[in-house]
Design a protein around this ligand. Structure first.
Ligand code: TUI
Length: 315
């Protein structure tokens, strides 16, 4: 499965694990990288020192390439941006903002830079600023999302830039991966599937909630605040949406969700916590190891891709 993305990342497969807050820590990242994908540490809202420890922990567990995702709305974003530079992290992805001001620094340190984008305009801007690739994330994804679906976003971004496009949002099996290749992507980033792996230290209740979820079980909160977030529907999303409908202000809504992701991931409170997950939750049926998952995905994809002429070796 060689594409420009495997060449760029130095991985066996063009599969990136999403940099999910509270979920994407060193153990999961190392397991994904050791299995031939690109494991990611999610810096989320964590301080720089935590990120540095996680980077060192991944390096102690595997010699394979890995990355750090920087959530640009974090109060620690500047600090983390410096630390990944000093540590010469092989791959940096960013989310929830425009990383332009950091790109030259990261490129000078030899890091590959892959911003997550949700629009053609930002993808073009990232290419002009020197990004090596973009992750184009459709609104089927979990967590903070943009407006467009993966189906329409990927081909429009693939037409607009020459750097490789990595598809994210809604991909949870070989059919989704093959479809993403057909839309013009050369790699995939997967989140929800990796939450439900043996190496993911997410609370078992969180994993079971994803496994039990049906097609229509996610909700998007925060549209009124300009920060839409997709999660499994529960008491928390119900209360949030009721407050939003009643015209609640930003502060009140932020107070409601303060610490709520940690509550779900760490404490397993899937009723009152925020259970971020993508629409693909309905496709997630069992907990596998990262290696089993990546082998299953790539075998399914290879079967569907035979003769499609998209892999480098077919050309
Ligand atoms: O970032 C994500 N997913 C996330 S971040 C997160 S933490 C959070 N929690 C509550 C509220 C907000 C954040 C949970 N999940 N995915 C990558 C992503 N980036 N999706 C969409 C975007 C995005 C959206 C707008 C990137 C750039 C952008 O515009 C930037 C600009 O300034 O033009």
């Amino acid at each position: 499965m060689k594409t420009r993305v495997t060449q760029l990342l130095g991985t066996e497969y063009p599969i990136i694990q999403g940099g999910m807050a509270w979920v994407a820590e060193a153990g999961l990242a190392a397991a994904v990288s050791a299995a031939g994908g690109l494991g990611m540490i999610g810096a989320a809202n964590a301080p720089g020192e935590w990120v540095r420890e996680q980077i060192r922990e991944v390096r102690s567990r595997t010699s394979q390439p890995f990355g750090v995702n920087i959530m640009l709305m974090s109060p620690y974003a500047d600090e983390v941006a410096q630390i990944v530079t000093a540590e010469k992290v092989p791959v940096i992805t960013t989310g929830a903002g425009n990383p332009e001001k950091y790109i030259t620094m990261w490129k000078d340190a030899g890091c590959k830079v892959i911003p997550v984008v949700a629009s053609v305009a930002l993808a073009k801007r990232m290419e002009r600023s020197g990004a090596d690739a973009v992750v184009a994330e459709g609104c089927e994804a979990g967590g903070h999302i943009g407006e467009l679906t993966t189906m329409v976003l990927i081909p429009q971004i693939a037409d607009a830039v020459t750097i490789p496009v990595i598809a994210a949002g809604g991909i949870a099996d070989g059919r989704g991966m093959a479809a993403a290749f057909m839309l013009g992507a050369e790699g995939m980033q997967l989140g929800t599937l990796f939450v439900v792996t043996k190496e993911s230290r997410v609370h078992d209740q969180y994993k079971q909630a994803i496994i039990k979820a049906k097609d229509i079980d996610t909700r998007v909160t925060g549209r009124s605040t300009g920060h839409p977030v997709r999660a499994l529907r529960n008491q928390m999303t119900k209360q949030y949406l009721a407050m939003e409908a009643a015209g609640a202000g930003l502060e009140e809504l932020e107070y409601l969700t303060l610490g709520s992701l940690r509550k779900a991931v760490v404490e397993g409170d899937v009723v009152n916590g925020t259970v971020m997950a993508g629409q693909s939750a309905g496709l997630v049926k069992a907990e596998l190891s990262c290696r089993e998952l990546i082998e299953k995905l790539t075998a399914e994809t290879d079967q569907l891709m035979k003769g499609a002429g998209i892999y480098e070796q077919d050309r």
